[in-house]
Design a protein around this ligand. Structure first.
Ligand SMILES: [Fe+2]
Ligand SMILES: [Fe+2]
Length: 336
């Protein structure tokens, strides 16, 4: 497999946060000739200031600073979205085991014990900066994917914002029933990508205002399979594939594409389906105007009796709606 070639557009930057000016100068002297841009901070406050104005590619952090402990500063660095994934190397003297453990818990990437050799410093820095560029490239790729997901909605003015709202509904419902971590992420991402396969459906079928022929319906019904096949190789979306593939299944087995029934339909897909149907009913379509929430829930209640949707999830979803008024900014933002 060809190696990923990373060509950052500007020299890598390293922020050294250490109250000892000699250490800062030594590090600068060692790294500058190798092409790194060095920023220095003599205190935690100064360090935070620099992190805000220009986030570096790597942070070298002293364990003891005059105004705060390095651990506290590290915790703050990790809680900030912009520096959440920035590698942080902690410079330690004779650090005790418990100090190191605390740093690991706070999210340190590596340690560098004083005194360090120039070779050791540059080897560590080089490896971690490269890692940072890989992480950046992956984050960029993820942004591309998310914008791609938005294009599905943009294609049809009637479904504009649909995927983002489904993701919001599914996330809130998921949280309410106790999903957390990876499962919660799956319903949120799944919501965003559930209709991705519509990319493969022709405009004259997808946007047709009148009723569809049997053949056209069959084409639309291919979107869960198309979506799964298109996204199959995206490792970051592998969990969400269950949502993409199973979001049109029904509890009584009369859905598509597999006809799976009951709890054999993955929970993450059943959760997303509730949000999907509710959003479809409460927004305008070519063939009808938007229904009120009450009317939509009434229809969904009937469909639960019919054997289509998971009734327990629908009951929980009603609870979600009580905390999500129609003019909630999280929703209205998605309507414009
Ligand atoms: Fe769909
Ligand atoms: Fe949908």
């Amino acid at each position: 497999m060809p190696r990923l070639v990373l060509t950052p557009s500007k020299p890598a930057s390293v922020l050294v946060i250490d109250d000892d000016p000699q250490i800062r100068q030594l590090i600068a002297r060692l790294l500058q000739p190798a092409g790194y841009r060095i920023e220095e901070a003599g205190s935690a406050r100064e360090g935070l200031e620099k992190l805000r104005t220009s986030p570096p590619d790597l942070i070298l952090l002293d364990m003891q600073l005059p105004d705060r402990s390095g651990h506290d500063l590290l915790t703050e660095i990790r809680s900030e979205p912009r520096t959440r994934l920035t590698p942080v190397v902690m410079i330690t003297g004779a650090a005790s085991h418990s100090h190191k453990l605390k740093a690991i818990q706070a999210g340190v990437t590596d340690f560098l014990a004083k005194p360090f050799s120039p070779e050791e410093l540059s080897a560590r820095v080089r490896a971690l900066v490269e890692l940072k560029f890989v992480t950046d490239a992956l984050e960029d790729a993820e942004e591309v994917i998310v914008s791609l997901a938005r294009t599905i909605d943009a294609r049809d003015r009637y479904t504009y914002g649909h995927s983002a709202r489904v993701s919001l509904y599914a996330g809130l419902l998921g949280r309410r029933i106790g999903l957390a971590g990876r499962q919660l992420e799956t319903v949120e991402r799944g919501g965003l990508f559930h209709d991705f396969g519509k990319i493969a459906i022709r405009d004259n079928v997808l946007l047709k205002p009148g009723s569809l022929t049997a053949e056209e319906s069959a084409e639309i019904q291919r979107h869960p399979t198309e979506g799964r096949d298109l996204l199959r190789n995206m490792k970051t979306l592998s969990d969400a594939l269950d949502v993409v593939y199973y979001h049109h299944e029904k509890m009584d087995g009369s859905g598509y594409p597999t006809g799976l029934s009951g709890e054999a339909i993955p929970l993450v897909a059943r959760v997303t389906t509730i949000g999907d149907i509710f959003d479809a009913l409460t927004t305008a379509r070519v063939y009808r105007g938007a229904l009120s929430r009450e009317r939509a829930l009434g229809i969904m209640d009937e469909e639960v009796r019919e054997g289509w949707w998971d009734g327990r999830l629908l009951a929980e979803f009603k609870g979600v709606l009580e905390t999500l008024p129609e003019d909630d900014p999280r929703l209205t933002r998605l309507l414009t």
